[in-house]
Design a protein around this ligand. Structure first.
Ligand code: AMP
Length: 208
């Protein structure tokens, strides 16, 4: 049983590490960003509501995001644990989370901001959930499902700057929030995907 929160700047590799954790530990991967993007793609009322906010690099209101996650964590697949990726993103969200679930560990993937900007610029997505980077993959279609890869609208440079500003102001304080509760584990995310994953596994194995 492990209720895991992944912290880290945009582009630190939270989604990539979450996918690996999901596979190795059979835990559901809950990414609020993925949930919002799916709703935008499908044109749901939620998607329509959040699209303009996300395209600007701003945060979706706490109330809406908290209700969404509370609902998701109540589903039966989360009974044996979960990986939260992209939530909480504000102190208010972290406090709300304490009210409906008990976090076992918060893993902060630490990466320099220079590296983060480079990573985001080369990031490519597939609608099936796979992510790629142009530095290691030069095709335009997905290996898994064959769909055409795309760049996230909010991965454009001017939006990335705003997302990093929002991260510094609103999300970074969560590092102290979880440190104060003795739940924070920092891993160096500047190495490759596998090197980072080994560090992440050490934290999980040492705390389960
Ligand atoms: P991500 O895929 O985690 O980078 O999220 C993409 C965008 O979705 C963010 O820039 C926000 O606009 C929105 N978003 C995702 N998670 C949250 C959250 N926990 N609180 C508010 N907005 C969020």
């Amino acid at each position: 049983m492990a209720n895991i929160v992944l912290l880290g700047a945009p582009g630190a590799g939270k989604g990539t590490q979450a996918a690996l954790i999901k596979e190795k530990y059979s835990l559901p991967h809950i990414s609020t960003g993925d949930i919002f993007r799916k709703n935008i793609r499908e044109g749901t009322p939620l998607g329509v509501k959040v699209k303009a906010i996300i395209d600007k690099g701003e945060l979706v209101p706490d109330e809406l995001t908290i209700a969404l996650v509370e609902d998701r964590l109540a589903q039966s697949d989360c009974e044996g644990g979960y990986i939260l990726d992209g939530f909480p993103r504000t102190i208010a969200q972290a406090q709300a989370l304490e009210g409906f679930s008990k976090v076992d560990m918060a893993i902060d993937i630490a990466v320099e901001s220079e590296a983060v900007i480079k990573r985001i610029a080369g990031r490519r997505m597939c609608k099936c959930g796979e992510t790629y980077h142009t530095s290691s993959y030069d095709r335009e279609d997905c290996v898994k499902c064959g769909s055409k890869l795309y760049q996230r609208d909010d991965d454009r440079e001017e939006v990335v700057r705003e997302r990093l500003r929002v991260y510094e102001a609103q999300t970074k304080p969560l590092i102290d929030f979880y440190a104060e509760r003795g739940l924070l584990h920092t891993v160096d995310g500047s190495g490759g995907v596998q090197a980072t994953f080994e560090l992440v596994c050490k934290v999980i194995d040492g705390n389960c």
